[in-house]
Design a binder for this molecule. Structure first.
Ligand code: PGA
Length: 255
């Protein structure tokens, strides 16, 4: 079902104690707001925080997500955390394909597809991030549209339609992440529309109409409303501005 989602990606920030406090505030806010059906709040703390945060939030009001999972099930993979381990502590969703994972940890479509399949097999929802770099944007619309389409074609477009229904797409132009440079609402809409059309071409219009497509990249309280107002933008994946409960609350209220 197409939803309106405001998701907070905490990245590698906060102590466990501060993270639990932040999660409690967001959970209390969600309880007090009584959000309409189809509007969801997601938070993605670091791995170390997940179990404590799971115990601190109302799971009916806030969806707990991880920021990554392993590309393998279990075994001798030092440092990795599997999708089933995440499931076991109350995690409901996982962010995959974030540009920081692609850039710093060399995650490519082949690795990401493995992760996506393992997450789906555990019943986790997947927030799958795609987006072009600054250089690709500057090379023109032909190139960046193809880059974004290829990120879909090589991964989630190989799934069955039923599997794909568990995927939330997050369009995150890399040049806008953590830079203060936000895509204009028109730029976001243009890409979201292109993504939805690509989904329609691959899975049919009904699936495309039902897909939630989030915008991410320097989205904050002051610009969320105008971005979320665009017809193909179904909420946001928020980094920096998700670390303060008040700011995150304003973004939740933006639509
Ligand atoms: P930002 O990060 O809001 O700090 O730009 C967004 C993201 O990386 O998900």
């Amino acid at each position: 079902m197409r939803k309106l989602i405001v998701a907070g990606n905490w990245k590698m920030n906060t102590s466990v104690a501060d993270g639990v406090e932040l999660a409690k505030k967001i959970s209390a806010y969600a309880e007090q707001k009584n959000l309409p059906a189809g509007k969801e709040i997601v938070i993605a703390p670091p791995f170390t925080h997940l179990a404590s945060v799971a115990a601190a939030i109302n799971p009916n009001k806030v969806i707990l997500a991880a920021q990554d999972c392993a590309a393998t099930t279990n075994g001798a993979y030092t440092g990795e955390v599997s999708a089933s381990m995440l499931k076991g502590i109350g995690v409901k969703a996982v962010i995959l394909g974030h540009s920081e994972r692609r850039q710093y940890f060399k995650e490519n479509s082949e690795i990401l597809l493995k992760k996506i399949k393992l997450a789906l097999a555990e019943g986790l929802d997947v927030i799958f991030c795609i987006g072009e770099t600054k250089e690709q944007r500057e090379a023109g619309a032909n190139l960046y549209n193809n880059v974004i389409k290829a990120q879909l074609v090589d991964t989630v477009f190989t799934l069955t339609a039923d599997e794909f229904k568990k995927i939330i797409i997050a369009y995150e132009p890399v040049w806008a992440i953590g830079t203060g440079l936000t895509a204009t609402p028109e730029q976001a809409q243009e890409i979201h529309e292109m993504i939805r059309k690509a989904i329609a071409d691959n899975f049919g219009k009904a699936v495309a109409d039902d897909t939630t497509i989030l915008y991410g990249g320097s989205c904050k309280a002051s610009n969320a409303a105008e971005i979320f107002a665009k017809k193909d933008v179904d909420g946001g994946l928020i980094g920096g501005a998700s670390l303060k409960a008040d700011d995150f609350g304003k973004i939740i209220d933006a639509r």
